[in-house]
Design a protein. Structure first.
Length: 130
């Protein structure tokens, strides 16, 4: 499957991604299919345990699903780990804003679980950046 997020301080004229600044590939199939849509100089983030071939040597490889399981016990929180990772690497959205969004948007009763996943993503970004 595919999910797109358009973030801008300007008005968004077109709600779909034409060329991605950041691309997260959670499977080899996704990498093979969508890596060509990454803008020149964009950031390619790969699920390290599942994507073994990449069109770039300088891709960021992080075991996103494993981090989700370690942080929350549930692989399904990998999407939130990825959000924290992207935000931590790019600075496009503050951690505080994302924490508030998680509290407001996730299903009731899953707030703490998802906040742990978000924190795992930010921590992974710190490790990547050294």
């Amino acid at each position: 499957s595919r999910s797109e997020v358009v973030i801008s301080q300007e008005e968004i004229d077109y709600p779909e991604v034409l060329q991605a600044d950041v691309l997260v590939c959670m499977s080899q199939e996704a990498c093979d299919r969508f890596a060509g849509e990454l803008k020149e100089g964009g950031t390619l983030i790969l699920e390290a345990d599942l994507v073994h071939r990449a069109p770039r040597v300088n891709a960021v490889r992080v075991p996103i699903t494993r981090l989700a399981r370690e942080a929350t016990g549930r692989a399904i929180t990998a999407n939130i780990v990825a959000v924290g990772l992207v935000a931590g690497l790019t600075g496009i959205v503050s951690r505080e804003s994302l924490e508030a969004a998680v509290r407001e948007r996730v299903p009731p009763g899953t707030e703490e679980l998802n906040l742990k996943a978000l924190a795992a993503g930010f921590e992974a970004a710190e490790r990547v950046q050294g």
